[in-house]
Design a protein around this ligand. Structure first.
Ligand SMILES: [Zn+2]
Ligand SMILES: [Zn+2]
Length: 265
């Protein structure tokens, strides 16, 4: 048998084998007992819990260890200075443990079927009474999108849009590839994001309530740059919805680059 044909036959056999015999959970490594479109066991899918903290900023919902970073009205320094650019933030869990591993499987191993269970997480933190006119994903620079072949935020945006019965449309472009944010201070992150986004040609959002969706929220510098561009295009209200956020309360005991996540830009 020619080498090429042998390899093709082997591939067909392997694909069939994968179909019939489920593989291992991509998070904990246990062998999967049932065939599913999601190669993650039920326990790992159920594991991520909503983030709970005693102290939150009332505006951006950033968790804190104590109330010292908050002023009398309950706002953090960034919100006090009007630096966030968005009007509300909703996020599900802390970017660690099982949720962090699941996000990695989703993004870097390309397991797009995780979008559906992630949609359930997002739906449980977004208040049902919140009304939006448009759901839009945080854009990736085209080069990164080309490498990854999909924008993870886009899949999440579509999940939540379907559940809220709101159109999902990508209206922002990333016009500049930015250097990784990990390890930068808050001020440097904001400077790094300047001029990184623009709305697509012909987009007007006059008076619209926009929900901006991303997978991981770190300091919010990227999201606030994107929110500003949406406001400049006329949006009246921009809320941010993220699957996970890095928890600043744990930053002091973790190396900063590790806590800041996956070199997210
Ligand atoms: Zn597992
Ligand atoms: Zn705040």
């Amino acid at each position: 048998m020619p080498d090429g044909a042998f390899r093709a036959a082997k591939k067909v056999f392997c694909d069939l084998f994968q179909l019939v015999f489920p593989d291992e959970c991509r998070v904990c490594g246990e062998s999967l007992k049932e065939v599913s479109r999601i190669p993650v066991c039920r326990r790992c899918l159920r594991e991520p819990a909503p983030l709970i903290a005693e102290y939150y900023c009332v505006a951006c919902r950033t968790p804190f260890l104590n109330r010292f970073p908050l002023d009398e009205s309950g706002r953090c320094a960034l919100c006090r200075l009007g630096l966030t650019g968005f009007d509300a933030v909703y996020s599900y869990g802390s970017y660690e443990g099982a949720l962090r591993k699941l996000v990695h499987v989703f993004k870097y191993q390309g397991v797009r079927t995780l979008a559906r269970p992630f949609g359930d997480f997002l739906a449980c933190v977004l208040p049902r009474e919140e009304r939006f006119d448009l759901v839009t994903p945080m854009p990736l620079h085209w080069r990164r999108r080309w490498q990854r072949r999909f924008n993870q935020a886009d899949l999440l945006a579509r999940e939540i849009a379907r559940r809220w019965n709101v159109p999902a449309r990508s209206v922002v472009r990333r016009i500049r590839a930015t250097s990784p944010q990990a390890g930068l201070t808050n001020a440097k992150r904001r400077a790094n994001m300047r001029g990184a986004f623009s709305v697509k040609r012909g987009v007007r959002l006059d008076g619209m309530r926009v929900l901006l969706v991303d997978d991981v929220l770190t300091t919010g510098a990227t999201a606030s740059a994107c929110a500003r561009v949406l406001k400049r295009a006329g949006a009246a209200h921009v809320a941010l919805l993220a699957l996970a956020r890095t928890d600043r309360r744990t930053m002091s005991i973790q190396p900063l680059a590790e806590a800041a996540g996956s070199g997210k830009v």
